[in-house]
Structures are given as structure tokens and as C-alpha cells.
Design a protein around this ligand. Sequence first.
Ligand SMILES: Cc1cc2nc3c(=O)[nH]c(=O)nc-3n(C[C@H](O)[C@H](O)[C@H](O)COP(=O)(O)O)c2cc1C
Length: 236
Amino acid sequence: MAGITDSRFLNKVIPYGFNVATLGGYSLDAPTIEASKKIIERGRKEFDFPLDDIFSHIENEVASIKSVHKNVKVSANVRSTTPQPIIEVGNIKDLDIVEINCHCRQEEILAIGCGQEMLKRADLGDFISQVVDDVDCAVSVKIRANVNGIDTLNIAKIIESAGAEYLHIDAMKKGIFDADYELLRNVCNNTNIKVIGNNSINSIENAEKMIDTGVCGFSIARSVISGKLEFNIANF
Ligand SMILES: Cc1cc2nc3c(=O)[nH]c(=O)nc-3n(C[C@H](O)[C@H](O)[C@H](O)COP(=O)(O)O)c2cc1C
């Protein structure tokens, strides 16, 4: 969660049972940093680091988590208009996963072809495979499901063919206040990529429903935003 999930926040919530902690989202190049500034100007939280600080900042954040939670995997969720800055993050010492953000729907990010607009790029597969080929860590791609005009299963296949290890799906569906479990089941049944399901996990029951779709894990955002998780995920 941009502007919220820094190492201090994550070190506090990891003990609730998380085995992966995601830093960010971070903006990594001039266009995305400019877009983040505009988002901040209209009052929304964002991380705001200049180009010459962002990579060392992420490296320090990874070290801050690893120094306390050695066995937790650390991921960094990032936005950039080109693959190169994402590759630079993917080669940060001790970072386990670099996550390409094809999910953000803030209009300033969409206006520069980033976030969920990435799903419309004809070169999405090439973009991802360039990152996969040039980093030492695992690559995850975070997408939003049910984006107008986008076939989520087709996108999942492109991401799998590009060599990403994880497909992180915000299984949001307009008009329902729950995850689109059918969509997750369809992606899991028709691809071999490791799918991480996301959206509306606010109880053990919802976590179980998500695991039943065939995902290999789930992620939680809003239910932990207060710094506490009110249900026990330690047995998954
Ligand atoms: C304040 C806030 C900031 C967010 N920032 C990001 C972000 O930077 N990158 C990202 O991939 N998702 C971001 N998200 C989306 C969440 O990670 C998650 O996909 C979404 O909230 C649905 O999951 P949930 O129902 O568990 O909250 C953000 C969500 C919130 C509420």
C-alpha cells in the first residue's frame, strides 16, 4: 500500500503470520515520480523519493526487515514506464521478489501508460521477460482483474509465457464487495504460474474460500492497514 507499507509498518505486522512482506508501491522513473507528486498534491498517500535516493532507500528498507525477520521473503512493488529501473530494483541485495505493478488505477499513473494501463501494452510480455532475464530475484506481476476490455485469463497466459514466477491478482469485481473467486479458479485451472489471490480477505472464511480456488497463497491489504490483523492466518 503506497505511502503505508514501509519497513516499520511491515516489521509490526509480519508476526501476525505473514511469510512474504511487500514494500511499496514505489515510483522509479521521472514520469512515475512526477505522477506520484501529483497524487500527493490531491491528498492521497504515496511514497515520495527522488530518483537519486529511491534505489538505496529500497535497499535499506529490505535490510531493515531482514535484520528482524530473517525468514520472511521481502518483495518490492514498483512502477516504471520502462523495464530498466525495475531491473535495478530486482538486483538489490537480499530482495527476494520484484513485483511489477500492472494494477494501480490512479489517473495520473494511467495517463503515462503505467499501472493497469500496462495490461493494454502490446509489448507487455517483452517488458516482463526483459525484467525476468536480467534480475537475480523472482519476478511477480500484480494485476487487477476484470479491467474493462481486458481478458484476465489471456493476460495471465502472457505473464506466464514471459517467465514471471508469481501472478498476484487483485480479484476485484465491480459491484461486488468480495473477491471474484470464479475468476481465480479459472486462471488457476488454465495456467501453471503460481497465483497469489488478493481482495477482501477480512476473515478466515474468506481466506479459505480463496485457497479453495487453487491459488498458492493470498495477500491482505486493507484488513491490516491499522497495523493489526483481527483473525489468525498462522495455520495456512
Ligand atoms: C491505501 C492503499 C494503497 C494501495 N497501494 C497499492 C500499491 O502501491 N501497489 C499495489 O499493487 N496495490 C496497492 N493497493 C491495493 C492493495 O494492495 C490491494 O490489492 C487491494 O486493496 C485489495 O486487497 P484488500 O481487499 O486486501 O485490501 C493499495 C490499497 C490501498 C487501500
